[in-house]
Design a protein around this ligand. Structure first.
Ligand code: PLP
Length: 489
């Protein structure tokens, strides 16, 4: 069998596009998370692949019956967990068209338009968020990979012959990376991957706003140097994963400068907010970084996956990764950009297309307006928490993600943790919204994060009412439970 006939393909594409539109139209009527037990989908799938070809309509029927209803709906307006990832309609179109092209952007020659568009949209994004013109951007799948690439350059700078000689079997000092105790685990995973090891990531303590303490950073570096270790990089975060706290980037940049360290800024989620000129002050100092990561798939309404790594010294990135076997040499290499030079992967998909569609279809002001509204909604939830005696805010709210917990002066800390956990379960069981949690100062805390394109004021209002309703019930029953417990012999 060759590929399908074009008539069959056209009909199936029409059905698929109608399906996506209906999905988006009806998404709000579904529970955000499917009410299924683990293994449900696996049990409905055949053990073996089909021997004979199956009709596309049959496959699409199964998609509608088995797959679509059984995903967690990240596009749902009630998705307030983690950091959301919205597939906006322009983004979905770009993703679909990229699949049609199926190009591999490893070399300029293998995908001229994909390579040139990627470089241009990354430049657009750089200018949209106000990063200096000497930053060069390229697209990776995730921030975890972007950060890993950045730290690979840091490692290459610290041990220039590591590329040839590697790190093992030689007498090297410990190569240390500094980041805050609130940093994303991708810094630790990068260290595992790069052969530095988890023990070589120093987690700098944070202040009561969950921001890296620069004095502690300076002290730790001095102690490590005195012990004969070699600090190589520091990672600051603008918008940490638990609380969206903002490290004191200027102070960290001063230390990185003075110590000669590679300086990476993780702005994977919050970086999109720099599109709003009125929030740009929250990013002060990131222009001094050696590299910055922003994920348009987090808060810029580009469907998974799309992470932009900006690196100031693109030659250092190239020096770390460029390796050209004979079969990949081209006559035009000296005058073109080959994206394979920017990381270990050779093949890469055409992610720039969806970013291009999104930036053009919304316009910079359109994107900024949505983000501003998200921040307004998040601040509204923070204000409701603050004015409600049954709740407390667990962290400052610089953007649109609110950390909070129920409180009751007569309940002890571990009972309160259990009550908050039950609150999260109860609210999520309702199905209309999906919140996640974290731990701060070892206490269980709920996270309410507004960054989904489809989330409006009415969803946020409904979410708060739901939280309030369950809180009243739970506090009542916890007090009864505590009273019963205290009466037991
Ligand atoms: N950095 C921060 C601050 C994050 O919040 C996250 C994920 O939420 C990441 C990095 C990792 O993102 P990714 O899933 O793109 O690797």
């Amino acid at each position: 069998m060759s590929d399908l006939s074009l008539d069959v393909f056209r009909a199936a594409m029409r059905r698929a596009s109608e399906r996506i539109a209906t999905y988006l139209e009806t998404i709000e009527s579904r529970p955000v998370r499917p009410p299924i037990e683990p293994g449900t989908v696996a049990a409905a799938l055949p053990d073996a692949p089909p021997i004979e070809a199956e009709a596309l309509d049959v496959i699409l029927d199964d998609y509608e019956r088995l797959i679509e209803p059984n995903v967690t709906h990240w596009n749902h307006p009630g998705f307030l967990a983690y950091f959301s990832s919205t597939g906006s309609m322009p983004g979905i179109l770009g993703e679909t068209l990229a699949a049609g092209l199926s190009v591999n952007g490893m070399l300029w020659r293998t995908a001229p338009a994909a390579v040139e568009l990627e470089l241009r949209v990354c430049r657009w994004l750089r200018d949209m968020v106000g990063l200096p013109a000497d930053f060069h951007g390229h697209i990776n799948d995730t921030a975890s990979i972007s950060t890993m690439l950045s730290l690979a350059v840091a490692r290459a700078r610290a041990v220039p012959d590591a590329r040839e000689a590697g790190l093992t079997g030689r007498n090297l000092p410990k190569l240390l990376v500094y980041t805050s105790e609130q940093a994303h685990s991708s810094v630790d995973k990068a260290s595992i991957t790069l052969g530095l090891g988890l023990d070589q990531v120093r987690h700098v303590p944070t202040d009561d706003g969950f921001r890296m303490n620069p004095d502690a950073l300076a002290r730790m570096i001095a102690e490590d140097r005195a012990a004969g270790h070699q600090p190589i990089a520091v990672v600051a975060t603008i918008g940490t994963t638990s609380t969206t706290s903002i490290d004191p980037v200027e102070a960290v940049a001063d230390i990185a400068d003075a110590e000669g360290l590679w300086f990476h800024v993780d702005a994977a989620w919050a970086g999109s907010a720099a599109v709003c000129a009125d929030y740009r002050h929250l990013f002060a100092g990131w222009e001094r970084a050696d590299s910055v990561v922003i994920n348009p798939h987090k808060w810029l309404f580009v469907p998974m996956d799309c992470s932009v790594l900006f690196v100031r010294d693109v030659d250092a990135l190239r020096a770390a990764f460029a390796l050209v076997p004979e079969y990949l040499t081209t006559a035009e290499r000296a005058t073109t950009v080959d994206l394979m030079d920017f990381g270990p992967q050779l093949g890469r998909r055409f992610r720039a297309l969806k970013l291009w569609f999104v930036i053009r279809a919304f316009g910079v002001e359109g994107l900024a307006a949505v983000i501003r509204e998200h921040i307004r909604l998040g601040q509204g939830i923070a204000a409701r928490v603050d004015s409600d005696p049954d709740f407390e805010r667990s962290a400052p709210t610089p953007f649109s993600t609110v950390c909070f917990r129920m409180i009751a002066p007569d309940l002890d800390a571990s009972t309160l943790d259990r009550v908050n956990e039950r609150l999260l379960d109860a609210v999520n069981a309702d199905g209309r919204i999906f919140l996640s949690h974290t731990k701060l100062h070892d206490r269980y805390v709920l996270r309410f994060s507004v960054s989904n394109l489809r989330t409006e004021a009415r969803h946020v209002d409904m979410a708060w009412e739901l939280i309030r309703e369950h809180a009243t019930r739970l506090i009542g029953s916890s007090r009864q439970g505590a009273a019963i417990q205290s009466e037991e012999p």
